[in-house]
Design a protein around this ligand. Structure first.
Ligand SMILES: [Mg+2]
Length: 417
C-alpha cells in the first residue's frame, strides 16, 4: 500500500478525530431496517405452494426483460435481480420463469407497511418490500428495539405467510447492512458503540454508494475490508475519491446521520451528480442525463410512485445554477419519457455552450403509480440498435461510477414547494 499516496497515509492509532457532535451514538437513535426475503419470488411461492424449493425467477415474461427477483434456490445458479432474462435462462435452464404481478406485490406490501406503522409513524419505505423504521420513541411503549424487530418478524410471518429479515442499529447505514447479514429470516443487532467493530471485517461492497471503480482503486491500495478504510485519512480519501472519499471515511466508522423520513413527507424523488471534470460535449452530457434518468425512474418504481413535474438542474463551471421544469399531462415513472423530457429541458439551458459542473433530475408532484408496469429503457426499447446504444451508454457510465454509485435513500426533499 505504501506505493500509493505514501505521504497521506496515517498509521493506525493516528486516526483523524471526527469533529462531529451529532453522531448516531450521541443521538442514540433506534433504527430497524426490514427487508422481505426474495419478495416477488416468495409471493409467487406463497400463491402456488407447489413452487416451494424450486428455482423461481420473476421477471421472465420475455427474453428482453431483466430478472426482478430470484428465489434462494435460483440464486444458487448465480441468478440475481437486474440480470437479463436471457442470461438467467442460460445459467438456470430448469428455472421457473414467471411474469411480474405488481398489483399482488403492492397488495402484500401495503399489509406489511401497515404492520410496521403500528410500531411507529416514522416508517420510510425504500421499495415495496423494504423500509426503515425509527423506533426511538416507541421503545417506551413496546420495549427494546430488538424486541420490536422480533415481534414484527413474527407478525409478518403470521399475517402474510412470508419472512422478513431485520437489522437493528443506531443508524440507517448499519441497520441496512445488518438486515442483510443473515438472510433469509435473519435478525442482526448492532449494539451501540459496536458499529466500527461490526463493519471492520466486512468487504467494502457491503457499504452503500461505493462503486466498482472505487472498489478497484481501493483494492489496488490493498484496502479490501471496511476496517481497512479506517486506516486512511480523510485527506487521502478525498484527494483520491472526491466527495465519495468523505462518505468512505464516515461510513467506514459507522457514521451516518440521515434520519428516517416518513413517506408522506417525500415531495420529490431525484438524483444529482457533481462531475470531477466539467462536461463540455453534448453527447457526454446526455449520457450522464441518461444515467440519472434510469436511477430516478427505478427509484420511483421501487416506491410505487410516479411524478408529473420533471425538473432539470444544471450548474455551470462558474457555479451559476439554473433549473428548468415542465409539468406533464399525466404522471410518469418511465425512464424513456423522463429522459426525453429531460433532453428537451436541456435545450432550454446553456449546456453544450458552457461547461457543466453538476446535473440533476427530479420528479415532483408525485402520485401513487397504480397503473405501473415494469417500464424501463432496457425492457421496452423496440429497435435493437437503439437499445444496444443505450446499453453502451449506460455501461460506460456504470463502469465509471459503479452500479451502486447512488446511495439508497437518496431523496431530494423539497420543503415549502
Ligand atoms: Mg428484499
Amino acid at each position: 500500500m505504501s506505493d500509493f499516496f505514501p505521504s497521506f497515509f496515517i498509521a493506525p492509532g493516528h486516526i483523524v478525530k471526527i469533529m462531529t457532535s451529532n453522531t448516531p451514538q450521541t443521538r442514540d437513535q433506534k433504527i430497524i431496517h426490514l427487508d422481505m426475503d426474495a419478495f416477488y419470488a416468495s409471493v409467487e411461492i406463497l400463491d402456488n405452494p407447489s413452487l416451494a424449493g424450486k428455482p423461481v425467477i420473476v421477471g421472465g415474461s420475455s427474453n428482453r426483460g431483466v430478472v426482478s427477483a430470484a428465489s434462494y434456490e435460483a440464486r444458487k445458479y448465480g441468478v440475481h435481480s437486474a440480470m437479463p432474462v436471457v442470461t438467467a435462462k442460460k445459467q438456470c435452464p430448469n428455472g421457473i420463469f414467471l411474469p411480474v404481478r405488481m398489483s399482488r406485490y403492492k397488495e402484500i406490501s401495503s399489509r406489511i407497511m401497515a404492520i410496521f406503522r403500528t410500531y411507529t409513524p416514522l416508517v420510510e419505505p425504500i421499495s415495496l418490500d423494504e423500509a426503515f423504521l425509527d423506533v426511538t420513541d416507541s421503545t417506551k411503549l413496546f420495549g427494546p428495539a430488538e424486541e420490536i424487530a422480533k415481534e414484527i418478524k413474527m407478525r409478518v410471518q403470521k399475517e402474510t405467510g412470508l419472512t422478513v429479515s431485520a437489522g437493528v442499529a443506531a443508524s440507517k447505514l448499519l441497520a441496512k447492512i445488518a438486515s442483510d447479514q443473515e438472510k433469509p429470516d435473519g435478525l442482526t443487532v448492532v449494539p451501540p458503540g459496536q458499529e466500527q467493530n461490526f463493519l471492520a471485517a466486512l468487504p467494502i461492497k457491503r457499504l452503500w454508494g461505493v462503486g466498482k471503480a472505487t472498489r478497484k482503486s481501493l483494492s489496488l491500495m490493498n484496502i479490501n475490508t471496511i476496517g481497512d478504510i479506517t486506516n486512511l485519512s480523510m485527506a487521502l480519501l478525498t484527494s483520491a475519491f472526491g466527495k465519495q472519499g468523505e462518505h468512505l471515511f464516515l461510513a467506514s466508522r459507522g457514521i451516518d446521520e440521515r434520519e428516517v423520513i416518513p413517506e408522506r413527507t417525500i415531495k420529490s424523488v431525484g438524483h444529482e451528480e457533481t462531475f470531477a471534470i466539467d462536461l463540455v460535449k453534448m453527447k457526454k452530457i446526455k449520457k450522464e442525463l441518461l444515467f440519472l434518468t434510469t436511477k430516478v425512474g427505478k427509484r420511483l418504481r421501487n416506491y410505487g410512485m410516479a411524478g408529473k413535474t420533471i425538473t432539470l438542474k444544471v450548474k455551470y463551471n462558474d457555479f451559476k445554477q439554473i433549473t428548468r421544469s415542465r409539468t406533464l399531462a399525466s404522471a410518469t415513472n418511465d425512464d424513456r419519457k423522463i429522459f426525453h423530457e429531460s433532453c428537451s429541458l436541456l435545450e432550454r439551458s446553456e449546456a453544450g455552450k458552457r461547461p457543466v459542473r453538476l446535473l440533476g433530475i427530479s420528479l415532483s408532484n408525485l402520485t401513487e403509480g397504480t397503473e405501473m408496469r415494469q417500464i424501463s429503457l432496457f425492457e421496452e426499447e423496440k429497435t435493437g440498435r437503439k437499445r444496444s446504444e443505450l446499453y453502451e451508454a449506460v455501461d460506460t457510465i456504470g463502469n465509471r461510477f459503479g452500479p451502486e454509485a447512488i446511495k439508497p435513500g437518496t431523496l431530494i426533499e423539497k420543503k415549502g414547494e
